[in-house]
Design a protein around this ligand. Structure first.
Ligand SMILES: [Zn+2]
Length: 1216
């Protein structure tokens, strides 16, 4: 317990130091990681504009405040020697000092050193200003004149320039106006670091426009290829994504480039950022695409919600919208910065930051509240969010925000957008709060708040109805049919008690809050409050409220008002329903015909109508052409207005009105013809579709949260592209098949996790789930029927499944539904305009193969109590026999199957087709049947998903040079090439980790007696020992927890006798490297390195050299940054390139990467012949190192000679 308090103590000390005034210290940045922070120091003798930035890294942090000490070093590259010396000396002085004391002592010592130096004017080299001026002539990203950049180490990720966030002034803040980008190298460097961090985090970066003086706006694209997001095939398909497409976040800066700290400091509303999330075939959109995305995101789209047909044609014109894209755009524009601030200042998770934001917004008017409940929020939800993070791909789950000192806002924004995208089904698309409830849907939707539903529809979120009608007409038919059947069940249940609530298994949610206007017609016996109407008229099975008496003339679509003053109630553009009796004494005297129309013009008592749609009441299944004639201009009819709000009705009234609207909805095939005939046509402007019906249709399609797509090729479609014949299950003749998936990506992951615990070869069993056609509207929104059986009559609580088709079929038909209207009309539950005319529906499901753990497992039925053990795979629907023959004709054509490979069911649990027939299920249709030894399970893929780290080959060369301009010179200067930028290095490292999945390296096989054995040097100080000791501890931990082939290095810590002298091995190189191939030929499994630490470590770099095998020298075409004498030739390992925060892990990785480098030549072994192997000696290594360093102009460490020679005296087998 005592040890856990050090962090708090340290943090408190740090915070209070920030609040105190310490002479010459201007700002103290926030804490990072294990207590690191940066402070800025200014002194008149340094020049008024000069800011010394000092990074403070506590060591032995966990013993604070007793045995710890501080490493301090300057972030500036150009510090006077006297300050440098002061900082170095401070390490020993700082032991045991508390933060404030340490800062005081340090500040004083620096001041003393400057004053003692006695130089007035400027201690800093005036050249510095010259350099800055020269920068003005540099194009952004140009690197013609790299000598001038030499003084700016753009590659140094560790150089932090954070401004103070509390307490002290920040007058040293750099100007960030874009006009200053070119003149202010600081901003330029910051931009580059920020973007490099984006690449390092696993994204691709594209500079679209701006970041120079010419443009007011600056747009950058941050993208990730869909396959890197580790989504299941079902999810990808449901979200309409292809693996090779890119999800692109566009960030627009208007005016300034605002870095993280500036965004945090500014008021949220003053942020100059804008965001757009889109889908693209390229990682980097064109300037036109990007700029128009920002325009369409705001104005264009609201004008023209879904120009569906043109979208299909103009794929290359605009970036594709994502179903969730608009929602995320809005979210990021309105909340991202505010949430980030809350998160940052209060240490909240994203979810609790959102909750806190909502709470703050709600309490805006009331008195300011204290934050007592915030930690509670965090505690309550932190764990929950953590478990969700585990389901994200690693590069999104990594808490970038908490792991870096200098934060790149673009990285945070990209992680935010992508992680929200991947987990979009967990959140309301409108209010973006977590959606509660246990059905984890596959498609994003809204929460239960009706305001959210309204916004969802009003803002055009969700799928485009036009696209759905074009691409999946039968699915749209199915959705309408299910809805219609569900409505009929509500109506049926309400008979006798019209006020009764809707049966919960049929209809749980009505389209509430959409201001859906319906005709003034209510079902028979409907209780209407007297004040709601003046008069009512009874017709066949309904009641007309306040009808207008008219004479209807069908031939010219006009009505003549019986009473002239009724004209006052009418206006052009209004929608009405004319209710007419069939002319003459027809066969159905109880039938009325309803004509839905819009008022075109009113002239006296004459009203011109546009009739959009007509149908009978009760519904008869007759098409419009087939309707009995009505309205010869003389007969009296009624007309009612479309001015009743659906929300005002009881569920009985709602069901009736919605069914009426659906009756007036034309067949899907007609809609499809309408849209496809002309690409500028949209459904909601179609004159044949009543606006309220169009709205309802959108709700039906958009509120479906399952993924349904047709398998069969129906004769009603001419497009063969709709079918998926290779996924067709044979053995279920007479039924239409759809692929059917439910449940969020997370549910799929949990399902897969569960499968891992199954020992049998078949991880799952197949079983049928049948339910009344009327229940499927609800099932596709809320999940399979979970029966709660209170009295134990059946088989317990859970989802019921049948092994045999017939068992489930018993549950699937139109049971309990009377047909009061005789046999000559179709059953009431069938949507009259359906081309499928469904009478039954069944799903085929995969269930985790653990029947003994099911709630019930009897001969014919399983009851499964865990919803995540179930995944729906297929939906089978039976068309009405009256049209089945037409459909079946074409279906049998599809039966000549391209069945590649069949899924073999567990012999003990075989699901059968109708009348016990054998089912032939294609293997491709059953994900769990895929070979898991070949294909890694999704969850483990996710754990390792690094995004694009490493594969930068196809990135825009301009962007690369923009990001790395000072680090990678196209040709010539090897000195440049050797300076490895840390972010580039780790990109490549991550690549090598991913690619190296096997190793021939065996630890412990190295014969240590053949290597130098050295005793500790005389200069072994306790501080150096402490630092090296910590490094050893860290590396031991890493080595113990990382698979060897991923690690790529190995140190035999057990046999390490002298901590100042290490032997390390590099191994498991990518087999495509010439070096790896040479090693294999030579039967060498590792490169043996020696690392020696000098007196001044960690202020001075360790000496690193290869002992064996010998590399082909550079002069003979070799490479890998290995000198002729075996020493590594890297600026990192010289005084010029070294910083004390370099960990030995990063040294090992960078040495490894230097060896893997293919430039200017790839590393080769000198000989693959056994006989030619002589170890490099320390002497030749030292000579080669000093030669190379001097040649490059790098500073050789002062303590190098000593490090090399101090231990040499005791070397028995070292040959100098
Ligand atoms: Zn909501």
């Amino acid at each position: 317990m005592a040890r856990t308090g050090y962090r708090d103590r340290y943090r408190a000390d740090h915070d209070s130091a920030g609040l105190q005034s310490i002479p010459n210290i201007n700002s103290i940045s926030r804490l990072e990681g294990d207590g690191e922070f940066v402070f800025t120091y200014g002194h008149p003798q340094l020049g008024s504009s000069y800011v010394l930035e000092v990074r403070v890294v506590p060591q032995e942090y966990s013993s604070y405040p007793s045995e710890h000490f501080f490493l301090v070093f300057a972030c500036n590259q150009d510090i006077p020697a006297t300050i440098s010396k002061t900082l170095e000396d401070f390490m020993t002085l700082s032991s045991g000092l508390r933060v404030q004391e340490a800062l005081r002592v340090l500040s004083q010592n620096i001041t003393t050193s400057i004053v003692d130096e006695g130089r007035t004017g400027s201690v800093i080299d005036e050249d510095n200003d010259t350099v800055m001026t020269d920068m003005e002539d540099e194009g952004f990203g140009s690197n013609e004149d790299d000598e001038e950049f030499e003084d700016f180490d753009f590659g140094d990720e560790d150089a932090s320039h954070d401004d103070a966030i509390f307490g002290l002034g920040n007058e040293n803040k750099h100007s960030t106006s874009m006009a200053g980008v070119k003149t202010d190298p600081e901003v330029l460097r910051r931009i580059r670091r920020d973007f490099r961090a984006v690449r390092k985090a696993g994204f691709k970066v594209g500079r679209i426009c701006g970041f120079d003086e010419q443009n007011e706006n600056h747009i950058v694209s941050i993208s990730v290829r869909v396959d890197k997001l580790c989504l299941s095939d079902e999810t990808r398909e449901a979200w309409n994504l292809r693996p090779e497409e890119f999800i692109v976040l566009l960030i627009k800066y208007s005016g300034d480039y605002a870095n993280f700290d500036e965004v945090i400091d500014r008021a949220a509303g003053a942020s100059n950022l804008d965001f757009c999330l889109r889908k693209s075939t390229k990682y980097k959109p064109t300037v036109r695409q990007a700029t128009s995305a920002f325009v369409s995101g705001k104005d264009k789209d609201s004008e023209n919600p879904a120009n569906a047909a043109s979208q299909i044609v103009d794929d290359d014109e605009d970036l594709n919208l994502l179903a969730i894209g608009k929602s995320i755009d809005t979210f990021m524009r309105s909340d991202f910065v505010s949430m980030l601030k809350l998160r940052w200042t209060k240490g909240l998770t994203w979810d609790s930051a959102k909750r806190e934001l909502v709470r703050l917004e709600r309490s805006m008017d009331s008195a300011p509240q204290n934050n007592i409940d915030v930690p509670v929020l965090q505690n309550a939800n932190g764990a929950d969010e953590k478990s969700n993070e585990a389901k994200l791909p690693a590069f999104l789950a990594k808490e970038y925000l908490l792991q870096h000192t200098e934060i790149s806002l673009p990285v945070v924004a990209a992680q935010f957008a992508m992680r929200f995208f991947v987990r979009c089904t967990d959140y309301c698309m409108v209010c973006h709060q977590k959606v509660e409830g246990n059905f984890e849907a596959l498609k994003p939707y809204v929460c239960g708040d009706s305001l959210c539903l309204f916004q969802y529809m009003a803002m055009g979120f969700g799928p485009s109805i036009d696209l759905e009608v074009i691409n999946h007409p039968n699915v749209v038919d199915l959705l309408i049919s299910f809805c219609y059947a569900g409505l009929q069940k509500v109506l049926f249940h309400s008979q006798g008690n019209p006020a009764a609530p809707a049966p919960t298994n049929a209809f749980r949610e009505f389209p509430t809050g959409l201001n859906l206007q319906v005709p003034r017609i209510v079902p028979q016996g409907y209780p209407v409050a007297a004040e709601r109407f003046e008069k009512a008229e009874q017709i066949a099975n309904a009641m007309l409220l306040d009808p207008i008496s008219v004479q209807f003339d069908w031939s010219c679509s006009t009505v003549k008002l019986t009473y002239a003053n009724d004209a006052d109630r009418l206006r052009a553009g209004m929608w009405v329903v004319v209710v007419a009796k069939p002319l003459g004494k027809g066969p159905s005297p109880s039938l009325d015909v309803l004509h839905h129309g819009r008022i075109e013009a009113i002239c006296g008592r004459k009203v011109d109508l546009h009739i959009a749609s007509s149908h009978t009441l009760p519904p008869s299944g007759r098409t419009m052409d087939d309707l009995p004639a009505t309205g010869d201009g003389t007969s009296q009819c009624h007309m009612v207005l479309y001015d009743q709000n659906l929300d005002d009705l009881t569920s009985h009234g709602k069901a009736f009105a919605m069914a009426l609207l659906l009756s007036a909805t034309p067949p899907v095939a007609s809609m499809r013809t309408h849209i496809t005939e002309n690409r500028n046509r949209q459904l909601d402007r179609w004159s044949q579709l009543v606006p309220s019906a169009a709205k309802l249709l959108r709700w039906i399609v958009a509120s479906n949260r399952s993924f349904i797509v047709q398998v069969d090729d129906l004769s009603t479609d001419n497009d063969t592209g709709l079918a998926r014949p290779n996924e067709r299950i044979s053995g279920v003749d007479g039924w239409l098949q759809f692929r059917f998936a439910q449940g969020s990506p997370e549910k799929e992951v949990r399902f897969q996790e569960e499968l891992k615990t199954v020992q049998k070869p078949q991880k799952t069993i197949l079983a049928w789930h049948g339910s009344d056609v009327c229940n499927w509207h609800s099932i596709i929104r809320q999940g399979l029927d979970f029966k709660v059986v209170a009295n134990g009559r059946a088989y317990g609580d859970g989802v019921y499944f049948g092994r045999d088709f017939a068992t489930s079929l018993g549950y699937s038909g139109l049971r309990g539904m009377g047909n009061p209207n005789g046999a000559n009309i179709l059953p009431l539950t069938i949507w009259p305009n359906s081309s499928l005319k469904i009478t039954s529906a069944l799903s085929l499901n995969e269930i985790v193969n653990k029947p003994h753990e099911f709630k019930t497992n009897v001969q014919f039925c399983y009851v499964v109590q865990h919803v995540h053990w179930i995944q729906c795979r297929y939906l089978f629907v039976k068309p009405d026999p009256s049209i089945a023959s037409t459909l079946m004709g074409s279906m049998s054509k599809g039966t000549s199957n391209i069945m590649s490979s069949e899924f073999e069911q567990d012999p003990q649990h075989i699901a059968t087709g109708p009348s016990g027939t054998k089912l032939c299920v294609p293997r491709v249709a059953i994900p769990s049947a895929q070979d898991h030894t070949v294909e890694k399970p999704l969850s483990s893929l996710k754990r390792h998903a690094m995004g694009h780290s490493g594969d930068s080959d196809d990135e825009d060369a301009d962007d690369i040079s923009f990001l790395l301009s000072d680090d990678e010179t196209p040709e010539g200067d090897t000195r440049k090439r050797l300076r490895l930028d840390t972010s580039t290095v780790s990109d490549i490292i991550e690549l090598s980790i991913v690619q190296t999945d096997k190793t021939d390296f065996r630890p412990g096989t190295l014969d240590l007696t053949s290597l130098p054995q050295l005793a500790p040097p005389s200069y072994a100080t306790s501080q150096a020992q402490k630092t090296i000791g910590q490094e050893i501890k860290k590396l031991q931990k890493i080595q113990a927890s990382t698979p060897l082939h991923e690690l790529g290095w190995y140190i035999d810590f057990e046999n390490m006798t002298n901590m100042f002298h290490w032997i390390a091995e590099l191994h498991s190189f990518d087999g495509s490297l010439p070096l790896a191939q040479d090693m294999q030929k030579a039967a060498v499994t590792s490169i043996v390195l020696e690392i020696r630490f000098g007196r001044d470590f960690p202020m001075s770099p360790p000496f690193v050299r290869v002992i064996r095998p010998r590399f082909l020298p550079f002069m003979h075409g070799g490479g890998g940054h290995v000198t002729a004498g075996g020493a590594m030739c890297m600026e990192l390992l010289t005084t010029s390139g070294w910083t004390p925060v370099n960990s030995l892990e990063s040294v090992l990785l960078q040495v490894r990467m230097a060896m893997c480098s293919l430039e200017p030549h790839p590393a080769r072994l000198e000989s693959t012949n056994q006989a030619h192997r002589a170890d490099y000696t320390i002497g030749e290594a030292f000579d080669a190192y000093t030669r190379a360093a001097t040649g490059h102009g790098w500073v050789v460490p002062k303590d190098l000679q000593e490090a090399v020679t101090a231990m040499m005296a005791r070397v028995p087998n070292e040959t100098k």
